[in-house]
Design a protein around this ligand. Structure first.
Ligand SMILES: C[S@@+](CC[C@H](N)C(=O)[O-])C[C@H]1O[C@@H](n2cnc3c(N)ncnc32)[C@H](O)[C@@H]1O
Length: 228
C-alpha cells in the first residue's frame, strides 16, 4: 500500500458489494473457526498453525479460490496460506475446501499488504504466487497496481533465500511493468534469464479470471523469479 498525495493509502482493490450466497455464508459460519486466520493475532508460527512442518506457499488475491484448492489437493504435504479481501470469494474457498476434503489451506480475509507486514515472519515462505492481479488498465489508475517496488521489497523479505515468486497476468502492459520492476528489484533473480517470461508451469491450474481473459482472446504471461 502506498500513500496518495493526500496521505490516504492507495489500495490495489475496490471492495465489491456483491452479496454472499447462502452457501458461502454457511461455509463461513461452519469453517471460519477451523481455517480462518485473524490479522489481529499478529505474527504466527505457521508450523504450529498447521500442526506440522512443511513447505509454505502463500497466494495473494485467490479470487473464488478454485485454482488454490486444486493446487492444495494436488500437494497434500504442502501448507498453503491464502489471502483475499473479497468476502464472497473467501466463502467460496471455504465451501470448496469442505466439499473436497482439503485441509491444508489457512485463510486471511484482509488486505495482503497488511497481512504480509504484520503476520508473516521474515524469510519463512517457499513460494509466493499472485495470479492475475487486478490490471488497473487506465493509465491514471496504474498506481493502484499491486506489483510496485515497495510491495516487492516486502514480498522478498518474506521469502526464504532460494524461495520462488510466481506471477501471471493476461494484460501485456502490466506484464512488461512486472518484468521491469522485478528485474530492477535487488535480491530477485529471473529463473528464465534477464528480460524473459516463463513458460506456463504445468502445476498452475487455469484460474477463473484467466478463463475469462482467454474467452476475450487475451494472451497470458508468467514470471518466475527466485530470491537470491
Ligand atoms: C482479477 S482478480 C483474480 C482472481 C484470481 N487470482 C483469478 O485468477 O481468478 C484479483 C483478486 O485480487 C484481490 N486483491 C486485490 N488486491 C488485494 C489485496 N491487497 N489483498 C488481498 N486481495 C487482493 C481482489 O479482491 C481480486 O479477487
Amino acid at each position: 500500500m502506498t500513500q496518495s498525495d493526500f496521505g490516504r493509502p492507495i489500495r490495489s482493490y475496490v471492495l465489491r458489494t456483491g452479496r454472499m450466497t447462502a452457501g458461502q455464508q454457511r461455509a463461513f459460519e461452519q469453517n471460519w473457526e477451523r481455517w480462518g486466520l485473524e490479522p489481529a493475532a499478529g505474527t504466527l508460527d505457521f508450523d504450529r498453525v498447521f500442526g506440522r512442518p512443511g513447505p509454505r506457499v502463500l497466494e495473494i488475491g485467490f479470487g473464488m479460490g478454485q485454482s488454490l484448492v486444486t493446487m492444495a489437493a494436488a500437494a497434500p504435504l504442502t501448507n498453503f496460506i491464502g489471502i483475499e479481501v473479497h468476502r464472497p470469494g473467501v466463502g467460496r474457498l471455504l465451501h470448496s475446501m469442505a466439499e473436497q476434503g482439503v485441509d491444508n489451506i489457512r485463510v486471511y480475509c484482509h488486505d495482503a499488504v497488511e497481512v504480509l507486514r504484520d503476520c508473516i515472519p521474515d524469510a519463512s515462505l517457499d513460494t509466493v504466487q499472485i495470479f492475475f492481479p487486478d490490471p488497473w488498465h487506465k493509465k491514471k489508475h496504474n498506481k493502484r497496481r499491486l506489483i510496485q517496488p515497495p510491495f516487492l521489497t516486502l514480498v522478498s523479505s518474506k521469502l526464504k533465500p532460494g524461495g520462488t515468486l510466481h506471477l501471471a497476468t493476461d494484460w501485456e502492459n502490466y506484464a512488461q511493468q512486472m518484468l521491469e520492476v522485478l528485474g530492477a528489484a535487488g535480491g530477485l533473480e529471473n529463473t528464465c534469464g534477464p528480460g524473459q517470461f516463463a513458460p506456463r508451469p504445468e502445476h498452475r491450474p487455469l484460474t477463473k479470471f484467466e478463463l475469462r481473459g482467454e474467452r476475450l482472446g487475451h494472451g497470458v504471461w508468467d514470471l518466475v523469479f527466485r530470491r537470491s
